[in-house]
Structures are given as structure tokens and as C-alpha cells.
Design a protein around this ligand. Structure first.
Ligand code: FAD
Length: 289
């Protein structure tokens, strides 16, 4: 195990200072469910670990009349228990619920899932489908980044070394809008996705789709927003042709690899199936909104 200098600041300002003024490489820790594994297996030199779980602002999630403001360090167990949020963003809550076991849920956060920036992270396609924005604070000030631009590669994102993800914001959806997230795993318990799909769509009173966002995960180095899949759904009543066109657009956008969980061909096929199914679920839910 690597030598760790553990710090637990009480504010974002203090955390930024601890990240910027140090003679050792510094890492942020939220739940530690990714970080501790990485510190044990991939890192051999001394590190400063800045634990952000003691910062109240990062632990609190609010659903206001305008938007959802997710505290990025709040654990998934607390977040997924929020029935008020589930009623508005069922797909997002489903994606958080899929992370790990009960024990993992008690530590793991959506912010950590996003900042770990794995191609297979479950919450990222759901956040992209909901047009989430990432609020970031560092030594130079604050900025906001659309979630689809946050992750820049496998395990990489747009954060500078002294920057912290301080909130994830999502506008309250228009009436007639709902989301859904589905993933495929090769086992029945605790595995990561071979493919995932998040869909948010809006239906008018006649059941026609007036707005949509489709995102796919685990089939490219980063989760992808697929505008062509959304365009295939818009203007339709989610008939078979529109769903098939959306599935094919997702398959065209996918750039998967072959690994022990699935081949390129399998992942490409499955991601299309998931887009179709997630769109159908989102549409069913939207009819009730
Ligand atoms: C048994 C097991 C099963 C799992 N199953 C799944 C699964 O099914 N689906 C899935 O998607 N993931 C899964 N994971 C991965 C992991 O639990 C998630 O990625 C989790 O959401 C990470 O959150 P965390 O709070 O533990 O992050 P940490 O481990 O604390 O941090 C992860 C990374 O993000 C950085 N970071 C964290 N918060 C911030 C912040 N606010 N600002 C800047 N950087 C930050 C850290 O420096 C680190 O690099 C699993 C892990 C385990 C151990």
C-alpha cells in the first residue's frame, strides 16, 4: 500500500488549497470505491488524499422548482432513496441504483462515477440524456461544462489538478418528458456494462415526440450523445421504424472494443436493442407526466 497523507477539509475553498499547495500528487476521494482500488494497485509513490465527504455542500441534493442540484459526493444509497427525485428522473435514479452492491451504494457517489470517467460508468449516459451540467471550482474560479464534454477519454476528464466537481445540475424537464436507463451485463450480479443506453424524451398530447436526447455507454472510449438517434425519434410516435432508425444511429455512433465481456459485433448489436427498449420505457413514462 502506498504512503498516504490523508486530509479531510470542511469546505470547498480549503479542499482547493489542499489540492493546489502540496509537494505530492493529490487525489480527491469521495466514496473511495474506485480510488482506493487504484491507490492499492496502480500507484507506488506517496500521495495526498483529499477526502471531500466532510464538506456539507457536496453531500446535499436539492430538487427545486427549477432544477435538480446533485451534491456530487452524496452516496448513491441516499440519492436513490429520494422518491421525489425518482418521480422526476426515474432513469437517472435507476442508473445510480445499478452501481455495485448495498455496501458499495453506501459509499459510492455520482460525482465519483463521473470523475472516474470509465467508459462503462452507469450514471454518465443517464446524465447526458438529461442534459446535465457540471459545476467545477478550482484555484482560478468556477466554471460550468455540459456533461457530454466533461469526459475526454478512458479515465480522463476536463478537470485541472486543483479542480473539484462541486455540483451536477439538471433543469426540471418540460411536461410530457421522462427518462430511462438500461444496461446489459454478462452476469446477473455486480458487473459492469457491456453496453448502456440513456434516453430522455418529450411527448405532446398526441403522443408525438417533440424532443429527445439519446446517450450510449460502454461502446466507445467515452459515453456518447447521439444526436442522430434523437432525430430519428423526433416527430414520430415511437413506431417501429423510428425505433429501428434510432437503434441503427446508435450502432453507427458506437466504436466498441472486443474484450472478455463482449465482442465488437455483440456490443454494437446490444446497444441498438437497449436504445429501442429505453426509448419505449421513457415514452411510456412520459405519457403519465
Ligand atoms: C464491487 C464494485 C462494483 C461496482 N459496480 C459498478 C457498476 O455497476 N456501475 C458503475 O458505473 N460503477 C461501478 N463501480 C465503480 C464505482 O463504485 C463507481 O464508479 C462509484 O460511483 C465511484 O464513486 P466514489 O464516490 O466511490 O468515487 P471515488 O472512488 O472516491 O473517486 C473516483 C474518482 O473520481 C475522483 N473524484 C471523486 N469525486 C470527485 C469530485 N467531486 N471532484 C473531482 N474529482 C472527484 C477521484 O479523485 C477518483 O479519481 C463498482 C465498484 C465496485 C468496488
Amino acid at each position: 500500500m502506498v504512503e498516504i497523507e490523508y486530509m479531510a477539509p470542511a469546505s470547498v475553498e480549503e479542499a482547493v488549497k489542499l489540492l493546489s499547495v502540496t509537494d505530492k500528487p493529490a487525489r480527491i476521494m469521495a466514496g473511495g470505491t474506485d480510488l482506493i482500488i487504484q491507490l492499492k494497485s496502480q500507484i507506488s509513490h506517496p500521495h495526498r488524499v483529499v477526502d471531500i465527504k466532510k464538506i456539507p455542500q457536496l453531500q446535499q441534493t436539492d430538487l427545486t422548482t427549477d432544477e435538480l442540484i446533485i451534491g456530487p459526493a452524496q452516496c448513491c444509497a441516499e440519492l436513490t432513496a429520494r422518491q421525489d427525485i425518482k418521480a422526476v428522473f426515474p432513469g437517472l435514479i435507476e442508473s445510480a441504483y445499478l452501481i455495485g452492491s448495498t455496501q458499495v451504494q453506501g459509499r459510492a457517489s455520482i460525482g465519483g462515477n463521473l470523475c472516474n470517467s470509465s467508459p462503462a460508468a452507469d450514471t454518465i449516459p443517464a446524465l447526458i440524456a438529461n442534459a446535465a451540467r457540471c459545476c467545477i471550482t478550482g484555484a482560478k474560479g468556477t466554471r460550468e461544462v455540459p456533461v457530454e464534454d466533461f469526459v475526454t477519454g478512458v479515465g480522463r476528464n476536463c478537470l485541472e489538478k486543483d479542480e473539484i466537481l462541486t455540483a451536477i445540475k439538471i433543469k426540471r424537464p418540460a411536461p410530457g418528458t421522462a427518462d430511462a436507463y438500461l444496461r446489459m451485463i454478462p452476469r446477473t450480479e455486480m458487473d459492469i456494462a457491456v453496453a448502456g443506453a440513456g434516453v430522455s424524451l418529450t411527448l405532446d398530447k398526441d403522443g408525438s415526440c417533440t424532443a429527445a436526447r439519446v446517450a450510449i455507454g460502454a461502446v466507445a472510449p467515452t459515453a456518447l450523445l447521439v444526436p442522430a438517434a434523437a432525430e430519428a425519434l423526433m416527430g414520430s410516435r415511437l413506431d417501429d421504424d423510428a425505433l429501428e432508425a434510432a437503434a441503427n444511429a446508435a450502432r453507427d455512433a458506437a466504436k466498441p472494443i472486443t474484450d472478455r465481456r463482449g465482442t465488437v459485433e455483440y456490443r454494437t448489436h446490444v446497444v441498438g436493442v437497449l436504445v429501442k427498449r429505453a426509448a419505449k420505457i421513457a415514452a411510456q413514462r412520459a405519457k403519465g407526466n
